[in-house]
Design a protein around this ligand. Structure first.
Ligand SMILES: [Fe+2]
Length: 200
């Protein structure tokens, strides 16, 4: 699967995006255009595609997602996870907003979630782990045949994957411009695209 970001949608943009989406082994992940009106029109038509106005922003979201837990394996406790990671990232020259965004995904860091990226990383962090737990109990052990309804049902079952904070999942979704059901579905679709790479 090739993931594509289309930069500058122009007059033929909607057609181009439609053709790329219909091509096998090809996925349009991002659309970038400075014209916010045009960007909104195209994003409304293709709601699973993320629209941005700055190509560097696409890279930035990816890097924050990639690095947010990089120190966790060696520092799994609240007094070390992100305290250590934040220090290392600052030492290596990552800009403060990026580091603060990474730190904001844990409640105990007390970083206000005042940007879309901070809201998004918090909304995805616990939910992705929860979806992984739902996959593990499927006979197929695959996300491909996991229904959204099953994930929503298990969220209500407090005994299942009890380490996942249901409040964090709900509060995370509440910070997004879509309800929990849609957020679960959107996140699952994103995971399905990379399922073989992450063992789902
Ligand atoms: Fe974390």
């Amino acid at each position: 699967m090739v993931r594509i970001g289309v930069i500058g949608v122009g007059y033929w943009g909607p057609n181009l995006v439609r053709c790329l989406r219909e091509s096998p082994h090809c996925e349009v992940a991002y659309i970038c255009d400075r014209d916010t009106k045009k960007l909104k029109q195209i994003c409304d038509r293709f709601p699973d595609v993320i629209g941005v106005t700055d190509p560097a922003e696409v890279e930035r979201w990816g890097v924050v997602g990639l690095l947010h837990d990089f120190d966790y394996e060696q520092n799994p406790t609240e007094d070390r996870h992100l305290h250590v990671g934040g220090r290392i990232l600052r030492e290596r020259g990552y800009d403060e907003e990026m580091v603060r965004t990474i730190e904001s995904h844990a409640n105990y860091m007390n970083v206000p979630r005042d940007t879309p990226m901070k809201k998004a990383i918090f909304a995805c962090d616990e939910l992705v782990g929860f979806i992984g737990a739902c996959v593990k109990v499927r006979p197929s052990k695959a996300i491909a045949d996991l229904p959204v309804s099953s994930v929503l049902k298990r969220l209500k079952d407090k005994a299942f994957a009890r380490a996942v904070s249901r409040d964090d999942v709900q509060n995370g979704a509440d910070g997004l411009p879509r309800p929990l059901e849609e957020h679960v579905s959107f996140t699952m679709e994103a995971l399905k695209r990379i399922a073989p790479e992450i063992g789902l």
